[in-house]
Ligand binder design. Structure first.
Ligand code: ADP
Ligand code: MG
Length: 247
């Protein structure tokens, strides 16, 4: 079982990228589990017809005895979808939701029962404390990738995440695999991202193009890989999924 955590600033394109990677891997016959670790809880929506599934936290609030099938929902191409969820705004800590969700999945033996080949954690990386650091430090992910554009705020978040991975890494936790460059077509963007990668002592794994097909698929509640399998964009995500898994 390969476990990869994908971090990045809010809105940078993590969930879009992760769900397309999940779909690309599933198409190759792999059993994939995608775990959304963002209080926004929309990581897997393009695998479930654009609809948000009930989060682990909400399910725990609704039911005394939560079962695996309440929180693991099969999406397109058989991808197993989980959303950690978040607290009621103003009450409790967002990161705590991730910890609770991880504990529940383990308690219910999710990994033993579903036996996924790949587990992808889609994690909000604006702050890398408490629960948001769990995929890195809790023995969950083997490797971490960071989605970024050349925009300053997204590179700033990437720098923080890289720093966190490195400081935990010394203690034998997850290692930093590299950056996934989701370009925004800003001036001199390639150079900005390359320079930042060097400063983080890492490399750019892949540059994803900006493509209107992403929105078109999203409007149908689908991934590009599922809705437009023969498109160039689907091939890009497929290539990225190979880079993440085969090396
Ligand atoms: P995050 O999960 O990081 O908060 P999302 O994956 O929800 O971000 O993406 C935010 C928006 O950016 C979405 O509306 C998505 O369609 C768009 N987007 C992401 N990547 C691309 C891309 N490569 N081309 C076009 N639109 C994209
Ligand atoms: Mg997201």
């Amino acid at each position: 079982m390969k476990k990869l955590a994908i971090y990045g600033k809010g809105g940078i394109g993590k969930s879009t990228t992760v769900s397309n990677i999940s779909a690309a891997l599933a198409k190759r016959g792999l059993k994939v589990m995608q775990i959304g670790c963002d209080p926004k809880a929309d990581s897997t929506r393009n695998l479930t017809n654009g609809e948000k599934i009930t989060t682990v936290l909400d399910m725990l609030r609704q039911k005394d005895k939560v079962e695996l099938q309440d929180i693991v929902i099969e999406g397109d191409l058989g991808v197993l979808c989980v959303e950690a969820g978040g607290p009621v705004p103003g009450v409790g800590c967002a990161g705590r939701g991730i910890i609770t969700a991880f504990e529940k999945l383990e308690e219910l033996n999710a990994y033993e029962i579903y036996k996924p080949d790949v587990v992808l954690y889609d994690v909000l990386g604006d702050v890398v404390c408490g629960g948001f650091a769990m995929p890195i430090r809790g023995g969950y992910a083997d490797e971490v990738c960071i989605v970024t554009s050349g925009e300053m705020m997204s590179l700033y978040a990437a720098g923080n995440i890289a720093h966190a991975v490195k400081s935990f890494g010394k203690r034998g936790y997850a290692s930093l695999k590299g950056l996934i460059y989701n370009g925004k077509n800003i001036d001199n963007e390639d150079q900005l991202v390359e320079t930042a990668a060097k400063e983080m002592e890492t490399n750019v794994l892949y540059k994803i193009g900006r493509n209107p097909l992403v929105q078109k698929a999203e409007d149908q509640g689908k991934t590009v890989v599922y809705a437009y399998p023969d498109s160039e964009m689907a091939s890009e995500y497929d290539l990225l999924s190979h880079i993440l898994l085969d090396s």
